[in-house]
Design a binder for this molecule. Sequence first.
Ligand code: CP
Length: 303
Amino acid sequence: MKNRSLISIDDYNKDELMRILDIAEGFEKNARQRILEDKVVATLFFEPSTRTRLSFESAANQLGARVIGFSDSNSSSTSKGETLKDTILTVCNYADIIVMRHPVEGSARWASEVSSKPIINAGDGANQHPSQCLLDLYSIRKTQGHLDNLHITLVGDLKYGRTVHSLVIAMCHFNTTFHLVSPDELKLPHHIKQYIKNHNLEYYQYKNIEDTVKHSDILYMTRVQRERFADPLEYEKVKDAYILSAEHLKDSKPNLKILHPLPRVNEIAENVDTTPQAYYFQQAQNGVYVRQALLSAILGIVK
Ligand code: CP
């Protein structure tokens, strides 16, 4: 993985994904190791973030790296009309690795094609969010003990949810059965359903959460992505399509865990937070270990 960008989750093969999870386990046992003391990590966030930016920065800081960057493109020269290419060519002079989030699909791939330094895609529009996917895999493996033969229910905005797109692609390595719960307007894109079929796996589509909870090992809730809708009225129609509450969990399997990439809006009621199935805040914590693994593997410090 040394010096290789991570733009889409299928840039890494199954062995490489598992290797990142194994390295992350080591960081969970000991997160404070000064192994990146001579490295500079740039975080370029052209779109808002709490977890992804701060967990990458925490990961880098705990390993001794310096962090530079911006959290708002209005405070960068993008606001003066600078192109993404020129920004990347410039930041390559200042950092050893670039973590970037951008609203345009394909922007991270484009950046990696002009960059002399590896790029980690921290989310490009509705396309991909591979580091989130790795922490989702880590969380699934940690809570279930393995990744194989699971029933995963994905709920909400399956059309625009980049975390969903990355996770479905990655879970195709593990003989997963997918249960897809969404309004008609927010169904999983055709090309990702085709990807599932190409791996000879099954998916089932539903309108109601109630139809799937009792069969699920993982319930992956998502926010309806207001920022991706061209028409605010269309967002209003579907924004509260699914609200998971503690009552939904009464017939669940003993191993069920609820994941959510966060932020949540209304889709998980607060009475779920104190149930044994709720795992979304621990999931966010796992992001630090996985991002430490990614930074140290791509910078060639850990093999
Ligand atoms: N999961 C995630 O990407 O969260 P942020 O938007 O807060 O980074």
